[in-house]
Structures are given as C-alpha cells and as structure tokens.
Write a protein that binds this ligand. Structure first.
Ligand SMILES: [Zn+2]
Length: 109
C-alpha cells in the first residue's frame, strides 16, 4: 500500500497540475478564438499558428484527462494499482509520474 501521506502529497501535486493545465488551456483557447483582428499576420501564418495552438490544446487536454483519471482513482481507493497486472505501482514511479496507470514492468512492455 502507498502511505496515506504520500497519496496526499501526490494528490496535491495532481491538483496543482490540473489547475495549471486548465489555466493554460483557457489562455490558449482565448488566443485561438479571441481577437486575432488587428494583427498584421498573413492568413497562412495565422492558420498555421491556430493549428499549432489546437494541437497544443489537444495535448494538454489529454494530460488533463489522465490527471482527472488519477484523481478519480485516488477517490476510489485504487490509486497506485497497475491497470494491466494489478500489482502495485511503485511510489518512486508515481513520484515522477503521478498520473501513471501502469507499473514499471508493464510500462516497459
Ligand atoms: Zn503492471
């Protein structure tokens, strides 16, 4: 079992990650849908920039989903259990990657 205080620590880190991601996504969404009017960018540049912004948002949302998953697992009391082999995910791995759903062995596969 993962010690309670360690889970609390990881949860705090997940929650602050989550907040940071949500703020970032909001900022990027504003950039994308906000007033691009008034800039002297060529249309092509602007389209490319928007595509980059969208793919960045996609990546961030993917990460956010993983974080929300991890938080749900904490609530359900199944946090830190490998979803593949159902063994415990080591605390050392969770410290580096708190939203990990796989143990070291399964990750390596
Ligand atoms: Zn595993």
């Amino acid at each position: 079992m993962i010690p309670e205080d360690k889970i609390k620590e990881l949860k705090d880190s997940l929650l602050s990650d989550k907040q940071r991601l949500e703020e970032k996504i909001e900022t990027l969404s504003d950039m994308e849908f906000g007033d691009a009017v008034g800039t002297d960018n060529e249309d092509a540049d602007e389209t490319e920039e928007m595509a980059n912004t969208q793919s960045t948002i996609d990546l961030l949302e993917e990460r956010l989903e993983r974080i929300n998953d991890a938080l749900t697992r904490i609530e359900m009391g199944v946090y830190g259990v490998c979803q593949s082999c159902h063994k415990e995910i080591g605390v050392d791995l969770l410290s580096v990657d708190p939203e990990s759903t796989l143990c070291k062995e399964c990750k390596a596969d």
